[in-house]
Ligand binder design. Structure first.
Ligand SMILES: Nc1ncnc2c1ncn2[C@@H]1O[C@H](COP(=O)(O)OP(=O)(O)OP(=O)(O)O)[C@@H](O)[C@H]1O
Ligand SMILES: [Mg+2]
Length: 241
């Protein structure tokens, strides 16, 4: 579904990604793990058309379609093609209600009945958001704001969803709920997911494949189950467990 070859991204004189290649098969959950500054967010921003890569290519195949090159296609055009990105730090509109935030996610849709259907779909995934439909988003808990950020991305009916650290700063119980929802979005709704996480344990538990990034390079890759057994991954990312 998404094929990244030799992606290189520079910030001025700093090279943040060196020749990164990733394959994300349709229907899978693929996780990108790595420590602070490894280049995870940069990878998602490059895929989303928010950063101009210095080299390499990104190909995306929409449903039943041929793979097309999307390197440097601007972000708003990619949303139309079914890509959605939940950025690091959530970034909900703090002064708008839950419902208004969700409606912002459906900005490509003019048909009110369809927007209603999308809202019901998101409320089906996150009943907590329905209970708080009229609440101002800035007063939601961190975990609820993360649900809202994911819900807003779902409003554009994506085929390919990128999540940047959905567990960051959230209490363990809610993290568990959010990860269960990620699995549900993937299994029940057939959405392909690229998940960026520092919580490698959780991420590998729900993913099919994983890539480990270190200072802008892929240092390991493989089936998630194999990575969980890998001694290097265990000592560096799984707390030696
Ligand atoms: N706008 C920018 N200008 C200059 N350097 C940047 C910029 N954004 C990121 N970097 C650098 O690029 C590298 C990769 O950053 P990135 O945000 O992709 O890391 P990350 O893996 O997402 O880390 P974290 O887990 O801390 O979110 C870091 O060294 C960072 O300092
Ligand atoms: Mg990041």
């Amino acid at each position: 579904m998404l094929e990244i070859k030799n992606l290189t991204v520079n910030y001025g004189v700093i090279t943040a990604l060196h020749d990164v290649s990733l394959t994300i098969p349709r229907g899978s959950i693929v996780t990108l793990i790595g420590g602070n500054g490894a280049g995870k967010t940069t990878t998602l921003r490059a895929i989303s058309g928010l950063l101009q890569p210095a080299g390499g290519s990104i190909h995306y195949a929409a449903e039943n379609g041929r793979a097309e090159e999307i390197t440097s296609v601007p972000a708003h055009q990619l949303v139309r093609r079914g890509l959605a990105h939940v950025p690091e730090g959530r970034m909900v509109f703090a002064n708008l209600t839950v419902q208004e935030n969700l409606q912002m996610g459906a900005y490509l849709q003019r048909d009110k009945a369809l927007i209603r259907r999308e809202l019901d779909y998101v409320f089906g995934v996150f009943p907590r958001l329905q209970e708080r439909e009229k609440q101002i988003a800035g007063t939601l808990s961190g975990g609820e704001q993360q649900m809202l950020a994911i819900g807003r991305a779902l409003m554009s009916q994506p085929k390919f969803l990128m999540l940047d650290e959905p567990s960051l700063g959230i209490a363990p119980l809610l993290v568990k709920t959010i990860f269960e929802k990620i699995v549900e979005i993937n299994r029940a709704h057939g959405i392909t997911i690229l998940l960026v996480e520092q919580n490698a344990n959780l991420a590998l538990e729900i993913s099919h494949f994983g890539y480990v990034l270190e200072t802008g390079r892929v240092i390991l890759q493989g089936a998630a189950a194999a990575l969980r057994q890998n001694p290097q991954v265990r000592s560096a990312y799984l707390g030696g467990a």
